[in-house]
Write a protein that binds this ligand. Structure first.
Ligand SMILES: Nc1ncnc2c1ncn2[C@@H]1O[C@H](COP(=O)(O)OP(=O)(O)OP(=O)(O)O)[C@@H](O)[C@H]1O
Ligand SMILES: [Mg+2]
Length: 267
């Protein structure tokens, strides 16, 4: 089992868009995926047409069983039109405003890691969608995480959010190493999103990002209206239109994620 977090302490930079598409895309490729909505906004929950509810809160604060709180997304919702139905599974652990209270109600920062051990036999990949506002819940999620993907708009505040999340990953990493003897948290990749290549601002900022982070910067995802339509119709972009350029962007992203997961599982 591999646990991935989407992090950037700036709002509106594509965390939910990428976490939901990575989860659905991996399930299409045959993985058993659990998407954990760790944001009180509950947008990852809504993305699959589910209702907001205190899934993560009940799991962590009320000690609920996974089977009580996890929802299964029908394969028709996220499969590729015209293809066979995906053989993987997509589960969502939903969120609502109560997620905000978790940090004040749970004293054990290792609780997320401990609880998710329970799903090891039936889940291959866990994906955490996080909120933009840092909290102790982020720390607990990072401590349970194997790798982090940082989406960012190629703009100043997006970069600032990225740096802040990076620092918090460092802190969580020392804690999990010292207290739990766990390995480092892998910085999997930085994904520039909503990119407008024709602007000097975005192209120079992406260049700076590459100078600073090198091959850690993954292929950029251009700004396209189909991403907004995906949230409106509660379907991934490739499901709305498998021939769309945005669909190709998603599959390339899934390739990169699979590469890291494979390497990590072998090592
Ligand atoms: N490549 C893209 N092109 C155009 N719009 C996009 C793209 N990626 C995401 N969006 C849209 O941008 C908005 C913000 O994206 P998203 O909700 O994923 O950001 P977020 O980082 O999760 O925000 P928050 O921090 O508030 O949770 C959404 O309306 C989403 O549909
Ligand atoms: Mg979000």
């Amino acid at each position: 089992m591999f646990k991935i977090t989407l992090g950037n302490e700036k709002g509106g930079v594509g965390k939910t868009a990428l976490s939901t598409h990575i989860a659905a895309g991996l399930a299409c490729r045959g993985a058993r995926v659990m998407l954990v909505d760790a944001d009180p906004q509950g947008h990852a929950t809504l993305m699959f047409g589910l209702k907001k509810e205190p899934g993560l809160y009940n799991l962590l604060v009320r000690n609920a069983e996974f089977k009580e709180v996890v929802r299964t997304v029908p394969a028709e919702t996220y499969g590729i039109p015209g293809d066979r139905l995906p053989e993987g599974k997509l589960y969502v652990l939903p969120s609502n405003v109560e997620t905000r209270s978790i940090a004040g109600s749970v004293s054990d920062v290792g609780l997320i890691g401990a609880r998710f051990e329970e799903v090891r036999d039936w889940v291959d990949v866990v994906i955490f969608d996080t909120s933009p506002t840092p909290s102790l819940l982020h720390g607990a999620v990072y401590i349970a995480t194997d790798g982090i993907i940082y989406p960012t708009k190629p703009e100043m505040w997006g970069f600032d959010g990225l740096v802040e999340s990076w620092l918090h990953r460092d802190q969580a990493e020392s804690y999990r190493q010292n207290v739990y003897g766990l390995p480092k948290i892998k910085a999997m990749g930085i994904v520039p999103v909503m990119v407008e290549r024709q602007t000097v601002e975005h192209s120079t900022n992406i260049l700076s990002l590459k100078e600073r982070f090198g091959s850690l910067v993954w292929r950029e995802i251009p700004k396209r209206i189909i991403w907004s339509e995906a949230s409106k119709y509660c379907r991934p972009v490739y499901s709305l239109n498998p021939q769309h350029e945005a669909a190709a962007d998603v599959w390339e992203l899934i390739d990169r994620v699979e590469e890291v997961i494979r390497v990590k599982q072998v090592s």
